[in-house]
Design a protein around this ligand. Structure first.
Ligand code: 3H9
Length: 705
């Protein structure tokens, strides 16, 4: 039968007694206004057409429905609302079936839960991931899921945002039937006709009674306490628990009203704006100028130079991406250490029951260690991860230039060094790029792809393709000291040092930073990473430091005592008997006091809010400089760098989004205020001044890019 509304986002076509309602809103059938209106109209059509006995809802393309259209949030709502559409579907006097073949997420699953029967195909993925966007399921999901799958399982689905496979959804009671195949319309029609033949009646989720309410409420008390502990400043998880409680305690319609009220609270929260910014920003970073111009080079075999912690982590990432890896080390002892570093990761998975010995053996069959560069003559791509020293790296690249086949991509994992200089050590600078992984490289998502002056565009796209295969979040960066992340980090770390010398203790600073939403403060991070690493960098840079710039020596004094952090049992904190969580150390406070006295600084008090204003102003100001120098393509690239690599609280969207949400004029006013104390450090970035003068924000630069 021909479609009744072929051009619209929702098409209907009658097949016998079944009205097939297909959602066609690429790329993921999000429930924008046209889809919601189309679904409502289709339900009216079914109700008024006497020949229709049942409705089948399917999604065109890869998804069933990926949820509400996230781009509509924050704009004035346009009717019909999704709760209204879901209510209409459930109220239908004719049976409604949903046939799910791909993602049915958020509002998409809520549509399916409002249908009377649900069928899944093997590729179906079901979930209520609103929590990841600072929201809660707002179209009946919090009321219908507990009725279908039980209170504990529903709460878990909503609090974790996880996706269930078709099989798991069947076992959980979210779907009624699982059939093989990929054609949802055909499978759905067969099922709907079966139901009609069996004279199945509408079966409304709202009418299901939740069993053992007393036990469910007791479990929710524990869950609420647990969630409060775990959610670290997040707003929506506790609201989700409240909604589930309403599902148990209140009649359905009152539960829906409660859900609506709490959904609107979440929608209006700045956390929603931050998290949705993060969702889109992470998808935007792969959109780079080179993408249109140059297809990636082919790669299957790669080499990793160096088997230390970083080299081993990169090797694991590459093996997990299905690549063949040759690891080069100096001698047999280093080879053994490198291999042990790689195997440690897989042994850890085996110990946790997440991998078998057979799988490990199959993965390691693609791994070969060697002490000879000749072993990598035919590899397609090389990642160097040796000691962070320009001369050492240049020597490695000379050797790579000698042995590697023409067209092989030669990448360095340096975190600070000048990649143009490394490229110049070869006769093929067009093939040389930076791939800055973060430690542990097999776990951390961020990959800074550092683009030197002479690199060929297809080497850049190859690096992005590698990131995709390794499931990393790639960010394009330009060459400078520290690229995007470490360059900005160095500046806000300096602001933290100034705060410390001026009167805040390292413990107060860490606490303020944690209160902002970071998992750790900067001094805890130093202790975790090892104070000696930063100390070595500071010593190296001592000769080139601007003599007029303020320099705080507390960290050097701590290091001079051999206190390098967790690994030595003390750093800024004390770690008695190998403790992972540090204790405040009066001797460190004495060092700070002595440094203040030596410099004639009279300590003042800082509130947590004052600490964060300086910490963030330093971050944003340097971010603006990184942008105007073209080191970062867009503000969102800086946001993603800090979200994926530096523990920046996701619900704040990233430093540049945070600045937009504060108002750039406020951030600039702070910087000007602080500049009265130290005009050199707090010199406002011209780009920030320009944006404020023009009444623009960083988002305007994201849009313009
Ligand atoms: C909700 O439903 C609230 C309700 O409870 C209550 C309402 C009252 N909207 O990820 P991909 C875009 S909240 C708009 O690269 P994949 C995405 O930006 C929602 N756009 O593909 C990208 O665009 P572009 C709850 C969306 O195959 C393109 O689609 N749902 C949406 O790797 C492809 O996306 C969710 O949180 C959307 N909802 O993964 C699910 N979703 O090409 C969010 C995607 O311009 N979505 N786009 O860059 C996902 O998890 C993944 O996109 C999905 C596909 C698994 C579906």
């Amino acid at each position: 039968m021909p479609a009744d509304h072929p051009a619209s986002a929702v098409q209907t076509a009658r097949h016998g007694h079944v009205l097939v309602v297909s959602i066609n809103n690429p790329p993921v059938n999000a429930l924008g206004q046209a889809v919601r209106a189309g679904l409502l109209a289709a339900m009216e059509q079914a109700e008024s057409d006497a020949a229709v006995q049942a409705v089948l809802i399917v999604g065109e393309g890869k998804a069933f429905i990926a949820g509400a259209d996230i781009r509509e949030f924050g704009k004035p709502p346009v009717p019909p609302s999704l709760p209204e559409v879901c209510g209409r579907i459930e109220a239908s006097r004719k049976i409604v079936v949903a046939a799910i073949h791909g993602p049915a997420l958020g509002g998409g699953l809520e549509v399916a839960l409002s249908a009377h029967y649900r069928l899944a195909l093997p590729e179906a993925k079901l979930g209520l991931p609103e929590v990841n966007l600072g929201l809660l399921p707002g179209a009946g999901g919090t009321q219908r899921a507990p009725r279908l799958m039980g209170v504990a399982a529903a709460a878990d689905l909503m609090l974790t945002g996880k996706h269930l496979s078709a099989k798991a959804a069947l076992a959980a009671g979210l779907v009624d039937k699982l059939v093989d195949g990929t054609d949802a319309t055909a499978a759905g029609l067969a099922y709907t006709n079966e139901l009609l033949a069996a004279q199945a009646a509408p079966r409304r989720t709202r009418d299901i009674e939740i069993a053992d309410k007393a036990a469910a409420l007791a479990a929710l008390d524990t869950l609420a306490a647990d969630t409060a502990k775990k959610s670290r400043g997040l707003f929506s998880p506790l609201k989700i628990v409240e909604c589930v409680r309403a599902a148990v305690e209140l009649p359905f319609d009152e539960g829906i009203a409660k859900e609506r009220a709490l959904f609107v609270e979440c929608l209006n929260s700045p956390q929603r704006a931050g998290l949705i910014h993060a969702f889109f920003a992470e998808r935007e970073t792969a959109k780079i100028p080179e993408a249109k111009a140059a297809a990636p080079r082919h790669f299957a075999k790669i080499a990793v130079i160096g088997g230390g912690t970083m080299g081993a982590g990169i090797t694991v990432s590459a093996l997990d991406a299905g690549l063949t890896v040759t690891m080069i080390e100096r001698d047999a002892e280093s080879i053994a250490r490198g291999q042990a570093n790689v195997e440690k990761v897989y042994n850890g998975l085996i110990a946790k029951g997440r991998m078998t010995e057979e799988t490990k053996a199959a993965i390691l069959a693609r791994y070969t260690p060697s002490t000879s560069y000749d072993a990598i003559r035919d590899v397609d791509l090389v990642i160097e991860a040796v000691f962070e020293d320009l001369e050492v790296k240049k020597a490695v690249f000379k050797e790579l230039d000698r042995v590697c086949k023409p067209g092989a991509v030669l990448a360095t994992n340096t975190s600070y060094l000048d990649i143009d200089a490394i490229a110049a050590a070869t006769s093929r600078p067009q093939d040389v790029i930076g791939l800055h992984f973060f430690s542990p490289a097999n776990i951390m998502k961020l990959l800074e792809i550092v683009v030197p002056a002479k690199v060929a565009p297809d080497v850049v796209t190859t690096a992005f393709e590698l990131a995709k295969r390794m499931k990393k979040v790639p960010v394009r960066a330009g060459v400078c000291d520290g690229f995007i992340g470490n360059r900005i980090l160095a500046v806000y770390k300096q602001a933290a040092d100034y705060l410390m010398e001026d009167g805040a203790s390292p413990y107060e600073i860490d606490e303020a930073v944690r209160g902002f939403g970071y998992p750790m403060g900067p001094f805890q991070v130093t202790d975790l990473a090892g104070g000696d690493i930063g100390w070595a960098t500071r010593k190296r840079r001592a000769a080139t430091r601007d003599p007029k710039a303020r320099y705080v020596e507390v960290a050097d004094r701590v290091c001079e005592r051999g206190w390098f952090g967790q690994k030595t049992g003390r750093g800024f904190y004390l770690y008695p008997q190998g403790a992972r969580v540090g204790q405040a150390d009066p001797e460190v406070l004495a060092i700070v006091d002595a440094e203040r006295a030596r410099k004639g600084v009279t300590p003042r008090q800082f509130t947590a809010e004052e600490i964060m204003r300086r910490y963030m102003a330093a971050m944003v100001n340097e971010g603006a400089k990184v942008l105007e120098e073209g080191i970062a393509l867009r503000p969102l690239d800086i946001d993603v760098t800090f979200l994926s690599g530096y523990g920046f609280p996701r619900f704040r969207g990233g430093p540049m989004k945070w600045a937009d949400m504060q108002g750039l004029e406020k951030v600039l006013a702070d910087i000007r205020e602080f500049a009265k104390e130290d005009a050199l450090f707090w010199k406002p970035a011209p780009l920030l001044e320009k944006l404020v003068a023009e009444g623009r924000d960083f988002e305007s630069l994201n849009k313009a890019a």
